[in-house]
Design a protein around this ligand. Structure first.
Ligand code: 5AD
Ligand code: FES
Length: 361
């Protein structure tokens, strides 16, 4: 096993059958070694920095029916909300004063927000905060829509592929097409966004073979950001009685992703913090280098309920920023609230920074 991990560290690649072997037979010691190599690799490019992104969940209306998700259109128990432009700008104002220089606008696929409205939101934010990056996470759109948002000033786009297996994808996304999801990702990259893909871990019927497909897809697609987190059941969905994904498998996959794509921006997700109180810390120790504190108004946070038990929605929400910042520091990392672009977009790092001066031994 150690030899496989060393090869993965050295070449940032490994054949599919060997990735499968890693997933199937690593013992505790191997896993610790894998994670230590992932940590070394993240340090090479990003040092001890953990990038902070301010997350604004601006609508929980959604026209899709992804069977795992609590805000799917068919959930009649979901209490729906939309934020106005003014409310969104208020979130940015608070975030900006806290030092955040990236805002992630996330929402369901909500037709109320026409392209004109999205463009207006981007313009307004960029006009007020020209030094900030905007990340959109609003689902599948046409090439033209993606292009309009980009031209309006959006910098990055998160669209998880969810699973790289067509059959599994289509079994959890009624009437949606795997090819369209893949095409959207391709279009986003072609337009020039920093693109985020990613998948869930622990879905019913998901196997190690599926994860190897995800890893291969990610290695080939080479996104700038990768969001991975455990599946967690939501009480109003078909999958309500299924088991959640595990912390251990999620952190193993994070570590492998760090080794396959050394420069990728890799968040320690809220879902991981939800299944385990130390989930995000464990992710950081396995190679993750991004955290996305919630900037949504406190009264709507509970309504953006993709899965049950989501953290940072209750009484603790007001203290959320202090909480997460302290957690990151306690784990031995330093906070960085700058734009935090991918190293290929970040001139400071790419020219003579950590990136050039560090070499692998
Ligand atoms: N459990 C975990 N993650 C979920 N997501 C949606 N529903 C769930 C759930 N029940 C994830 C999807 C989506 C992202 C915004 O949240 O991967 O892309
Ligand atoms: Fe939100 Fe701890 S990170 S309450």
């Amino acid at each position: 096993m150690k030899k496989l991990i060393d090869d993965l560290y050295k070449y940032n690649n490994l054949e599919d059958d060997k990735l499968l072997e890693l997933l199937k037979v690593m013992d505790k010691e191997d896993i610790a070694y894998l994670k230590s190599k992932a940590l070394d690799t993240r340090k090479l490019y990003y040092g001890d920095k953990v990038y902070l992104r301010g997350l604004i969940e601006f609508t929980n209306y959604c026209s899709k029916n992804c069977i795992y998700c609590g805000i799917q259109s068919g959930n009649k128990y979901a209490k729906r909300y939309r934020l106005t432009l003014e409310q969104i700008l208020k979130c940015c104002e608070i975030g900006y004063s806290l030092g955040y220089r990236t805002f992630v606008l996330q929402g369901g696929e909500d037709k109320y927000y026409t392209d004109e409205k999205i463009v207006e939101i981007i313009y307004e934010i960029k006009n007020k905060y020209p030094d900030c990056a905007i990340t959109l996470s609003i689902g599948e759109k046409s090439y033209d829509s993606y292009k309009r948002y980009f031209e309006a000033g959006a910098d990055r786009y998160l669209l998880r592929h969810e699973t790289a297996d067509k059959d599994l994808f289509e079994s959890i996304h009624p009437r949606a097409s795997f090819e369209n999801r893949m095409n959207c990702l391709k279009n986003l990259k072609e337009i020039g966004y920093q693109v985020g893909a990613g998948f869930m871990i622990g879905l019913p019927n998901q196997t190690y073979e599926h994860y190897v497909k995800d890893l291969r897809f990610l290695k080939e697609f080479d996104p700038h950001m990768i969001g991975v987190g455990p599946f967690i059941p939501h009480k109003d969905t078909l999958l309500k009685d299924e088991k959640a994904g595990s912390l251990e498998l999620t952190t193993i996959l994070l570590a492998i992703i760090r080794l396959l794509l050394p420069k990728v921006l890799l968040p320690a997700t809220t879902a991981l913090g939800t299944i385990d109180p130390m989930g995000r810390e464990e992710a950081l120790k396995a190679g993750a280098n991004v955290v996305m504190p919630n900037l949504s108004p406190i009264d709507v946070r509970e309504k953006y309920s993709l899965y049950d038990g989501k953290i940072c929605t209750g009484d603790e929400a007001a203290e959320c920023r202090m909480c997460i910042e302290n957690r990151i520091k306690k784990t031995g990392f330093t906070l960085d609230s700058s734009r935090g672009d991918h190293v290929m977009y970040n001139k400071e790092l790419a020219l003579g920074g950590l990136y050039e001066s560090n070499t692998k031994s």
